[in-house]
Design a protein around this ligand. Structure first.
Ligand code: ADP
Ligand code: MG
Length: 226
């Protein structure tokens, strides 16, 4: 599904150049559940953003489902994100002016689909993560765990093939973190490919494979024994 060849990402700010990623070679097969670990600042989010096409590499080649998309025009990448990807972030990123139902419906924005199909999908996604009873509330009225489950509903309402999760349990207590991991594990069992950044060794263990990063490079890649 994902093939990164010799990917690098350099940032230039105030005359200072930072190499966030260097010489990254990484292949992710369809159906994998990959955890990415490593100290703060080592490039995990940059890697996830490049995989999610919300950032572009400064060097190397990115192939998605066999197609070189390194220099694909932005509208093509926007379609790819809309139709194939779901994003989950540490800080939930819900819009507080909207209800939970309206937030989840954002995951279907610009999809060619009738109103009633959209409504059914939004309802199903909320049921799926157990927040349907909160659909008319606003994000600040929900617990952190409920907010993250709403964010997951928004990410999965469009039935993405690839879910990118950047420290999805980073702001949650043990119990709510475990709930989020259960949902991700189920989604993976149903066929979604997942790439998840985490600081939790226990949550990385739930994934099928872990890569460890340091200073913009992948150090090791370990597959969990079946
Ligand atoms: P992690 O997610 O592992 O904590 P990041 O991918 O966020 O690490 O950052 C990797 C490095 O790239 C850090 O040194 C960070 O300061 C730098 N960096 C990330 N994004 C930017 C940006 N937009 N502009 C400049 N430097 C950045
Ligand atoms: Mg990060």
């Amino acid at each position: 599904m994902i093939q990164l060849d010799n990917i690098s990402r350099r940032f230039r700010a105030d005359e200072v150049e930072t190499t966030a990623l260097a010489d990254i070679d990484l292949t992710v097969e369809a159906g994998e559940f990959l955890a990415v670990m490593g100290p703060s600042g080592c490039g995990k989010s940059t890697l996830l953003n490049i995989i999610g096409t919300i950032d572009r590499p400064t060097g190397g080649i990115y192939r998605f489902e066999g197609k070189d998309i390194t220099k694909a025009p932005e509208p093509q990448l926007a379609r790819l994100r809309r139709d194939r990807l779901g994003f989950v972030f540490q800080s939930f990123n819900l819009i507080d002016e909207l209800t939970i139902r309206e937030n989840v419906a954002l995951g279907l924005a610009y999809r060619a689909m009738g109103t009633s199909e959209k409504r059914d999908r939004v309802t199903a996604a909320m049921d799926r993560v157990g927040i349907a009873h909160r659909k008319n509330h606003h994000p600040h009225q929900l617990s952190g765990g409920q907010q993250q489950r709403a964010a997951i509903a928004r990410a999965i309402v469009g039935d993405p093939k690839l879910i990118l999760a950047d420290e999805p349990t980073g702001n949650l207590d043990t119990e709510n973190g475990a709930q989020v991991m259960n949902i991700l594990t189920e989604l993976n069992a149903e066929g979604a490919t997942i790439v998840m950044v985490t600081h939790s060794p226990a949550h990385a263990d739930i994934a099928k494979r872990t890569v460890h990063m340091l200073d913009g490079r992948i150090l090791t890649s370990a597959r969990r024994a079946a």
